[in-house]
Ligand binder design. Structure first.
Ligand code: G4P
Length: 281
């Protein structure tokens, strides 16, 4: 899904989220494992206000596993319960139940001491567009899918999916907005395809992506396109255009078309498992 945010849009989303969060015990935030910083929205931290926090690293099939481990350790230190998944294939999904139980252990214990035994834990999925929220909810709720909607007074108008005896999930995810102020963030979200391609010219985008890959994952480019000795992104694109037969009607190389192929190859994981950010500290 492509998404364009405007200030009005954001204010509305924020208000809706604030209302939903009142009903929630644990927030399950999805980030894209390739960009665990850029796909995380800091505003949710203010809204979350002491609730249990889970961070799921989705699309882990596309990210560099070593970097993902570093990022998981980074966010774990910040108090999140972390776990990596591939929502599309369902990998790691089952274990999310256990993560929820662990994250909510204190609350369950508190309830038990007060004599409250059967109050379900309520969870909600949040994340920026395209991070895989719907895919995750479908996959996670598939087996346990009992919808328990419209409980008067408490959850008016809300649909809940009962996952098991202890946990209910709000069936509509909270949509977070990215950090637009930071240009690097915008660029990385464009690389992974979460920002409209029209905002960046595909040729420029591809050149910048090749620059990054040549530095960080040089073999990803040379192996896949078999262009061993060429390290200049513009020339690499010409070679890719030749290899892929990207020609304009007059016979001139169509480097824009090659750029699109290249960016698509990256997004689909055909260049290998690649991360765009390094965890610091
Ligand atoms: P959203 O609700 O957060 O906006 O995201 P959504 O579930 O619509 O997922 C966005 C895209 O990401 C979808 O691709 C989906 O298949 C893909 N996706 C979700 N989780 C994973 C994952 O763990 N790994 C990979 N590789 N992809 C994932 P799409 O191209 O829009 O649709 P489709 O062609 O896959 O059906």
């Amino acid at each position: 899904m492509q998404f364009q945010w405007y200030p009005g849009h954001m204010a509305k989303a924020k208000r809706a989220m604030q209302e939903d969060l009142k009903l929630i015990d644990v927030i399950i935030e999805l980030v894209d494992a390739r960009v665990p910083f850029s796909s995380k929205n800091p505003d949710i931290d203010h809204l979350a206000n002491g609730k249990a926090r889970i961070m799921l690293f989705n699309k882990s099939d596309l990210a560099d596993p070593a970097r993902t481990e570093e990022w998981m350790a980074y966010y774990e230190k910040k108090g999140y319960f972390v776990h990596k998944i591939n929502a599309k294939r369902g990998t790691g999904i089952k274990a999310v139940h256990e993560v929820i139980r662990t994250a909510c252990r204190e609350k369950i214990e508190r309830d038990r001491k007060r004599g409250i035994l059967n109050r379900p834990i309520r969870a909600m999925i949040v994340g920026i567009p395209n991070v895989g929220k719907s895919t995750f909810i479908n996959s996670f709720a598939k087996k346990a899918c009992t919808k328990t909607g419209n409980k008067p007074g408490v959850t008016k108008g809300k649909q809940w999916i009962r996952l098991n005896r202890q946990v209910e999930l709000l069936d509509t995810p909270g949509i977070l907005w990215p950090k637009f102020e930071d240009q690097k963030v915008g660029l990385r979200l464009a690389f992974i395809g979460s920002i409209k391609d029209e905002l960046f010219h595909i040729y420029e985008l591809s050149i910048l992506l090749l620059e990054y890959l040549n530095q960080q994952y040089p073999e990803a480019v040379t192996d896949f396109y078999q262009i061993d000795n060429e390290k200049n992104p513009a020339k690499q694109l010409e070679l890719i255009a030749k290899r892929r037969g990207c020609m304009k009607p007059g016979g001139e190389l169509d480097v824009d078309k090659a750029a699109k192929y290249m960016v698509d190859d990256f997004r689909a994981g055909r260049l290998g498992t690649i991360s765009l950010e390094v965890a610091e500290g």
